[in-house]
Every structure is written in structure tokens, then in C-alpha cells.
Design a protein. Structure first.
Length: 156
């Protein structure tokens, strides 16, 4: 609410978790808090075997705060885009008659979030040198297990 107002828009509180502008009611749900990204990155950092507990905590806390603040701007951007109908001219693949949320949230905001998370992990690899090896091992385990599973299912 504060970010949207600071950017020059005039939303109103409708309920404790709902803001409204231009006839668009937006309910902020737990999934919009960025908790998944925070938990995912914290879990990856916590799994680095060669880092000390102090170093892991020293990295996790500012990263969690950064993700939370950036997510607030993501939610504000989606709200502004949807309430001002930025994407009315685009096709509506959901069939709801309103393509704004789909394009603002599911395409643009999610793509930017994924790019940011990739850049964040790349930056964290410089702070926690063991992170790259750990991530590589996790991906190899996943790909190896996935490959073995599909070969078993296919009977090969």
C-alpha cells in the first residue's frame, strides 16, 4: 500500500489484506510475500557443506531481507499494472476476460523474479565458494535420478 501510494497512485484499504484502485480489488495472499523464494535460497545456502554456521547466517539474513523488499515492489508493480489495465490489448490465455493479471504477474513479474534469483545465486557463489559445487552436485543428483527413473519407466 505504502509503495503504491509513494509511486503516485491512490489505492484505498478495503480490508486488512485487500486494497482497491480503479475498481480492481487485490487480495495479498501468503504466496505473494516472497516466502517461497526466501525459503528456497535459505535452504540452498544452509546446505553448503564447507561454510560455517556464522557465514551461512550472515549471508541468509541480508538475502532474506533483500528478497522481501524486492517482492514488495513486485507486488506493487503487479497491482499498478492490473488496476490501470496496462495489458488490455494483449490476448487472454486464461479465458477470464481480463488478461492484465496473467501478463503482469505470471509473465513479466515471474520472469523478472527468476532472472533475479539466478543473478543472486551467481553472486552468492562468489561469497560462498562451496555453493557452486553444492548446486552442481544437487543438479547432477536430480538429473541422474530423473534419468534413471524415466529409463526404468520406459523399460530400458
Amino acid at each position: 500500500f505504502t509503495i503504491v501510494t509513494a509511486l503516485g497512485y491512490h489505492p484505498a484499504w478495503y480490508a486488512w489484506d485487500i486494497i482497491v484502485e480503479n475498481g480492481f480489488y487485490n487480495q495479498i495472499i501468503l504466496g505473494c510475500t516472497g516466502i517461497l523464494a526466501i525459503a528456497m535460497v535459505a535452504g540452498v545456502i544452509a546446505g553448503v557443506p564447507c561454510a560455517t554456521i556464522q557465514k551461512k547466517v550472515a549471508v541468509i539474513l541480508p538475502v532474506a531481507l533483500l528478497l522481501f523488499v524486492l517482492n514488495l515492489f513486485r507486488v506493487a508493480g503487479v497491482f499498478i499494472a492490473v488496476s490501470n489495465h496496462w495489458f488490455d490489448a494483449l490476448p487472454d490465455p486464461t479465458g477470464t476476460g481480463d488478461a492484465n493479471f496473467f501478463w503482469a504477474h505470471n509473465v513479466i513479474a515471474e520472469a523478472l523474479a527468476i532472472l533475479f534469483l539466478i543473478a543472486l545465486i551467481a553472486g552468492l557463489c562468489r561469497v560462498l565458494p562451496g555453493l557452486w559445487e553444492y548446486a552442481r552436485d544437487v543438479v547432477n543428483l536430480y538429473l541422474g535420478t530423473g534419468k534413471a527413473f524415466f529409463l526404468k519407466v520406459l523399460g530400458r
